[in-house]
Each structure stands twice: as C-alpha cells, then as structure tokens.
Design a protein around this ligand. Sequence first.
Ligand SMILES: *Cc1c(COP(=O)(O)O)cnc(C)c1O
Length: 322
Amino acid sequence: GLPRAVGCANGTDALMLILRGMGIGPGCTVATVSHTAVATVAAIEMAGATPLLLDIDPETYTMDADELAAVLEEPPPGLRPIRAAIPVHIYGQACDLGPMLEACRAADVRLIEDCAQAHGAAWQGQRLGTLGDAAAFSLYPTKNLGALGDGGILATADAELADRIAAIRQYGWKRRYISDMQGVNSRLDEIQAAILRVKLQHLDAQNARRQQIAAAYDAAIAGTGLTAPVRRPGCEHVFHLYVLRHPERDAIMAALKAQGIGTGIHYPVPVHEQPAYEGRVALGPADCDETSRAAREVFSLPMYPELTDEQVERVCTALRAL
Ligand SMILES: *Cc1c(COP(=O)(O)O)cnc(C)c1O
C-alpha cells in the first residue's frame, strides 16, 4: 500500500539506511526496546546514533507506549536529542501505535516501524509498515516472507526519502559512477528478489495458516496455567512466533523436549544484558525490568506454515498433558 520500497541486503541494513536517509546519526539518540533481535540496536549504532532502550508492556511484549511518551516529553538527562523511535512489532503483532504516533508527532520525532517479524500484519485495518514515517522488513529465510538467503526491504510514503536511500544503498549514486553522497553497498540480490516476488503471492495464505496453528495451540493450553499470546484488540497478529509464558519455563521446555518437541526462547538475553551492551547502553526510566522478567519466562512453540495437521496435533497432545 505504499508508493515506494527499496530493496537492500538485509533487515539490519534496512533500518540503518532509513536512519541515514533521515539524517539521523552521530549526535542523535534513537529510542527502541531491549526486547528485540539485537539487530534493531546494531542498526542504530551502525548509523552512528545512540540507542535508548525502553521497557515493554508485559502482556504484548511490545514497547511501553507510556514510557516512550514520557522520555519524549522529558528526555533522560545526559542524552543527545531523541530524533527517532523504532518500535518493534515483535512476534508478528502491532505495537500500541495510536499513542506512539501521537507522542512522536507532538515531539517532532520520526517513527520507524521495525516490521522484521510482522509482514502482512495489521493495526486497526491498516497494514503494518504504512503507519510510521518508514518501515524496515527483514527477508531472512525464517521470517514470514523469507528469501533463500539474506535480504531486506524498506518502505515509505516519502518519495524524497526513498530516493535518498536508494542512492545511499549503492555507493551514493544517483547517476552511474557519480557519488553524490556517502553511500554503502547494500543491494538486494536479484536472485533473491526473483524468489521473493513469487513467495510474496503466498504471504497472506501462509499467515492464515500460522493463525490456524495459533488457534489450535490456544485451545490446547487452555487450563494448563500457561499464558497464551495476548491479541491486541483491532489488530491482526501474523504469528511469526507463538510465544508462551510461565515462571517454570525451563521445566516445561524439558517436558516437551522429552516428547520430541522443539522449543525456542525469543530472546534469552535482552540487549541491555548482552556482553557488548551491558553498562554501556542508555536505559529509560523503567530500567527494562519487565524485559528482564519476560526473558526469564517466555518460550516459543514450533510455528511455520509448513507444519502438518498431524504435527500440530502432536504438539497439542503434549501441551494438554502438561
Ligand atoms: C530479523 C530481525 C531484524 C534483522 O534482520 P536481518 O535480516 O537479520 O538483518 C531486525 N529486527 C527484528 C525484530 C528482527 O526479527
């Protein structure tokens, strides 16, 4: 639904290119979350900006909209000006975009959607990626829309921004062999693009299959004491991941493993607790407490559209026996 999209090498580059295209870099702060793939934070640092990590809402695991509004109104002392916010539509579900858009507009801060896990999802009937100033998608093989190798794409309604980014993506060229600005090489490989054009036609059907699997899991865990994914009202969740929560997570994962069912943790160590970032990266006033708690309690069930009904039923049987 957006007029412009620019392919690039991966999702991390898509975020970095958006920031560079907006002129956000050294001397700027960018607010995001610690509960994300480390790529979100890496992209901010690649652009030369300073990340500010905010906490999450413990029900949906997305950025705490109140904390974002608070830091935009009263930035934590000692920080360079906040120029952008990158909320992450984690696990395939929209952030609380209403108040976020309002807070960013009021503070003249760009809102960049990290859609790397939310291809095809919607907020109040509008596709994710169309609500902020720009959106970044990863096309890594495991994503809802994945290539056969790495890939990324960014989308925006701002034609000038798209032109600038298209130049930065390839050596700063607008004209062949003439670099009008500092650029990088982050092309989307053409073989991957050809594969993606075909796979894009199957995205909605594959998301529908993910939703069907999620509904089966929901029914199976009713009464087990596990916390099911909470759907934000009015939003379409595309279940990049199906994430459960329980204080005794490790024991439950072990019980499932004994039945031959693999699980994962997304993510076991929040960005602000990672060796590369701990003590170095700025945190919001909430100190990412809910983020740290979630990292100790969440785990993910098998979730991809190719799962057969028999496989889903096997997972459900194991869940019911917990
Ligand atoms: C996968 C992912 C990225 C990065 O994408 P790459 O293609 O691996 O660079 C960024 N943000 C989130 C939330 C992701 O899940």
